[in-house]
Structure formats: C-alpha cells, structure tokens
Design a protein around this ligand. Sequence first.
Ligand code: ZN
Length: 148
Amino acid sequence: MTDTTAHTEPVPTPEPPVPQPDDVTTAWWDATREHRLTVQQCSACQAVQHPPRAVCVACSTLEGLTQVDVSGRGEVDSFTVVHRAPRADVATPYTIARVRLAEGPILLTRIHPHQTVSIGDAVEVTWWDLTDGRALPVFRPTTSSTTT
Ligand SMILES: [Zn+2]
C-alpha cells in the first residue's frame, strides 16, 4: 500500500545537517530558496554537471560556469532504504536515491517519506523548506501505479 496523496510534508525534525554555502555552491543554494532545481552549465562547452564545482569536468575551464534551471524530473538510477540512521534522533526507515535528471546529471537525494520506488521509476522534485530559507530537493514518483 502506498500513500498517493500529493501534499508536501514539512522537513523532518530535527532538520538534517545541511552544509553551509561556499563560493561554488552559493548560486545553487540561492535557487533552492525559490524552489528552483538547477545544475551547473559551462558556457564554453555547454556541458552540464552536478554538484557545482569550480571547474568544468568536460573541458577543464575555470570560468563561465553558471546555474541553469532544470525540469525537476528524472529517473531512479539506484536507491537504498536506511534502517539504521547515523544519529539516534533520525526517524527510520528512509530512502536515499541516485536520481538521473532528465538533463543528464545525477543527484544524490532523498525520496519523499511514505513513498517507495524501484530502479527506473520516473520521479519529480518536491521541496523541504529549511528554517534558514533554503530548501532541500526530495523526489517522489511522478505516477502512482494503481494498487487495489
Ligand atoms: Zn566545459
């Protein structure tokens, strides 16, 4: 049985530990404040990459790397269900997934609570709002197969 409601739940309490933005990741984090999922694009070779880096992994340029919006849709590339959390105050089970975005890059992310996925499932982004104004992208299945 799966939860087919489409509402967004608040971020779990306590909030997961989230790194502070740095010179390379500030633009990515700023976009999350507007619930925009972005990847980094190179203006020299047009390659896209994630996570944000100081260098283009395709052509090695150090300049012209900008964040561009993506569709927020992708496919589960791999996943694991965590039953023993790294901290005692983190509720289990939860699902960590590698999502291959429609635009190509892979995002390591969480699957929305109460949703189950399989490899190859189509997923879409939703957001957990953090208290500091940033947000974390989490993914949920785009279509729920009918389970009766
Ligand atoms: Zn490049």
